[in-house]
Ligand binder design. Structure first.
Ligand SMILES: C[S@@+](CC[C@H](N)C(=O)[O-])C[C@H]1O[C@@H](n2cnc3c(N)ncnc32)[C@H](O)[C@@H]1O
Ligand code: SF4
Ligand code: SF4
Length: 399
């Protein structure tokens, strides 16, 4: 679509910045500008249709309709679910391997991407190591050409990034490169990221930072990732110090999504908060940027919290390497698995099908639509302690 074809008499263009007279368009840009900027999606400002869809989607996400008229602006496309490691926290390691191991073909990838014309934020991840896909770099280069405005990110375990791969990763068109580590010390790393070696990952990160610096490129942003697990309690501060030493662009810290897999967190709300406070202080001292950080607001862990899940409205939609549409949560393998297959049926037909509508209908009256969702830690109470053993109220926390 030619941008200039979209301009009307009332449109004002100032240098790189475009202002539309259309009220919807204007409010969309202004409402979302901060978010767009944070997501390095400047290009979108030149693509009004995409911006309009994004704005529409955000409205629908709040309103929770049964039928979605906008298209998802964010998705994860799984190029492969093969992996060279077996991390403790990963669904792959829990024996829940409901779908065959394999790779998405480049042709299928193109067919799938074409069905999501309004994507602004694409993650080439799933339950596998994306750098193991034989055509990984071709896929990213193709996507960058097809969708110049789109944020394209990956998470990688970083173990396979030799010199050759590092060069390509920096130059292929990625916006964001997250290297998952989850530990500050080699012993912990070995226990969590089974099959990996911390020394190798550290060397690979230093090389990536060096190549990017040498190439004088702003993108991709390079970050290191830490999932808060029982195994790595207390290691977040040294992890942040290592980030400063390596000169990466950001750290990313997330809580373990245990959903209904029976995980029990050793942290109490008190030491969880203490850990987060200490890390925030250290990040400030070292001037380390953070992409996301667990909230100190733990109200989502209370028993009283209403069922509420935006995944039924397509937040972070996932597409498996076989083309199945699953939800963005990590429980795609039970009742929540597959809403349809985009290689067999157009996404437009799946997006508002009976299954989606049924789940949306239940979800919007705060009732879990199935057993998996009913026991999901995403909204229930088991994040901090053994069930019935310690409740938040009996340790003095009221939410
Ligand atoms: C599923 S992995 C796939 C990409 C790549 N293999 C890697 O490890 O980065 C993507 C990210 O999800 C994180 N992850 C895996 N299981 C998780 C869980 N149960 N809760 C939160 N994050 C998880 C990983 O640590 C990693 O940072
Ligand atoms: S490296 Fe990534 S995909 Fe592989 S087991 Fe670990 S978390 Fe899962
Ligand atoms: S409530 Fe259901 S759909 Fe939502 S995160 Fe939990 S398991 Fe996934």
């Amino acid at each position: 679509m030619n941008f200039h074809e979209l301009l009307n008499d009332n449109t004002i263009v100032k240098g790189k910045f475009v202002v539309w007279s259309d009220a919807d368009m204007l409010s969309s840009i202004f409402d979302n500008y901060k978010k767009l900027k944070e997501n390095h999606a400047f290009g979108v400002i030149l693509h009004p249709e995409i911006l309009k869809n994004y704005n529409h989607y955000q409205r629908e996400l709040k309103e929770h309709p049964l039928i979605m008229k906008s298209s998802p602006p964010s998705a994860e496309i799984e190029l492969t679910n093969r992996c060279n490691l077996a991390c403790v926290q990963c669904l792959r390691s829990l024996g829940l391997k409901p779908y065959a191991l394999g790779d998405m073909s480049f042709d299928d990838y193109k067919k799938i991407l074409a069905q999501f014309p309004f994507l602004m934020n694409l993650s080439l991840n799933g339950f596998g190591e994306p750098t193991m896909h034989k055509q990984f770099f071709e896929v990213v280069e193709y996507t960058r050409k097809e969708r110049p405005w789109c944020k394209i990110g990956i998470y990688s375990n970083g173990m396979l990034i030799d010199e050759n791969k590092a060069e390509q990763l920096i130059h292929c068109g990625l916006t964001e490169l997250n290297i998952s580590i989850d530990a500050a010390y080699p012993d912990t790393y070995k226990r969590v990221r089974r099959g990996g070696k911390l020394e190798v990952v550290h060397e690979n990160i230093k090389r990536l930072v060096e190549i990017k610096k040498h190439s004088k490129l702003d993108l991709p942003l390079i970050g290191i990732n830490f999932v808060m697990l029982n195994e790595n309690e207390g290691e977040l501060v040294p992890f942040v110090e290592q980030a400063a030493e390596f000169g990466v662009d950001f750290v990313n810290c997330i809580t373990y999504a245990s959903y209904n897999w029976g995980f029990r967190n050793n942290r109490t709300p008190k030491n969880y908060r203490q850990e987060l406070d200490a890390v925030s202080k250290r990040m400030e001292e070292l001037n380390v940027r953070c992409k996301s950080f667990p909230s100190e607001d733990i109200s989502w862990t209370t028993a009283e919290k209403e069922f509420d899940c935006d995944f039924f409205w397509g937040q972070d939609l996932r597409i498996t390497h076989e083309g199945e549409i699953t939800l963005g949560c990590c429980s795609p393998f039970k009742e929540t698995f597959s809403y349809g297959n985009v290689l067999k049926q157009p996404f437009k037909e799946i997006w508002n099908n009976e299954k989606f509508q049924k789940n949306r209908e239940m979800g919007r009256v705060h009732r879990p639509p199935n057993k998996t969702c009913a026991s999901c830690d995403e909204y229930c109470k088991r994040f901090f302690a053994f069930e019935n053993e310690v409740s938040l109220s009996n340790i003095g926390i009221s939410c």
